[in-house]
Design a protein around this ligand. Sequence first.
Ligand SMILES: Cc1cc2nc3c(=O)[nH]c(=O)nc-3n(C[C@H](O)[C@H](O)[C@H](O)COP(=O)(O)OP(=O)(O)OC[C@H]3O[C@@H](n4cnc5c(N)ncnc54)[C@H](O)[C@@H]3O)c2cc1C
Length: 330
Amino acid sequence: MRQNTGLVYLTEEVRNRPNLKISGEVLVDRVLFEQRRAVGVVTASGAEIAAGEVILSGGSYGSPAILLRSGVGPAADLAELGISVVADLPVGQRLQDQPFYYNAYALKSDALAMRPAVGALLWRQSSEARGDELDMHVAVTHLLPPEYSPTGGAIVLSTAVVKPDSRGTLTLRSRDPRDQPEIDCNYLATDRDARRMLEGVKLTRRLGRYPALAQFVELEILPGDGVGDDQLADVIASNLASYGHPTATAPMGGPQDPWAVVDSHGAVKGIDGLRVVDASIMPVVPSVALNPTTIMIAERIAKAVYSQEQRGSIEAPEPSAPTTARGDAQ
Ligand SMILES: Cc1cc2nc3c(=O)[nH]c(=O)nc-3n(C[C@H](O)[C@H](O)[C@H](O)COP(=O)(O)OP(=O)(O)OC[C@H]3O[C@@H](n4cnc5c(N)ncnc54)[C@H](O)[C@@H]3O)c2cc1C
């Protein structure tokens, strides 16, 4: 069974902890501040939740939107919406997601019983890969509704540029938390990204026409058997999708990094009591699927920050215990 963090971390035992309260279906509007210290959050319905420390885990689109509504973001953008600036930081300015293109194939009618090969992944370097980066995925998916195929069944060989150079933006349309933010992924904005995507789709087409696979394939639905190489770039550009791996809208970085919003423990720069812990703090999109990476970041920050604090309070009495006392006890 496919698991998620809610199932595996919020076990019955954890849910029964007296110091844990879970409130579902609550939309967070913004963080409450006293000067530059976060002291809680306000929900969309106006309820205030006080907190000693606030940790945002709203994802690469949710967390930056909360930060911006709270006054943490580019000062000029905030001023336009009449939001008072708490910290002038480049929130939402380095969005990175991986462009994704579906090569779709209608299956022959005698191959409809074929089960999808979920989990097959070709992970490789494009001809323009830098160093040892694995910048291209070709993945087999069953993500195409059968009604899109004239034969009633289809397979998809998808291509993704997983180390893109292009950077997008996330900005607010309004102060209303129910308004979705404006997301511009800015895919294939650099020539190198566009060339690598084209190379990937050409490779994927070759795979689709390879005899071992072609024997099951009736026709290429996308890009389409009639689409020649000279039209391919335009067809890709107008049919791009997302791999669903947005990152870097509140990127982590050192004190000299002009794009950094949080430090290596997710603490928002220049503000006390506020952390962001989710995929938004990855400074560069990794060339893997992001769920394990996000969980790893959360575990690492939890261990580094909170177990240290806990250890501190548990171990605090020890240094003051005189060695002679131990000797006496013996
Ligand atoms: C279609 C799809 C398929 C994917 N498949 C895979 C895969 O197979 N393997 C893999 O490793 N990764 C996969 N990913 C990527 C992975 O799901 C994400 O990278 C990962 O979930 C990021 O975790 P997160 O905690 O940053 O954000 P999320 O998991 O998005 O969690 C953020 C949560 O915050 C909530 N939220 C946002 N704003 C607010 C607000 N204002 N108030 C209250 N709550 C709020 C959201 O509703 C959401 O529940 C997939 C993504 C998509 C979209």
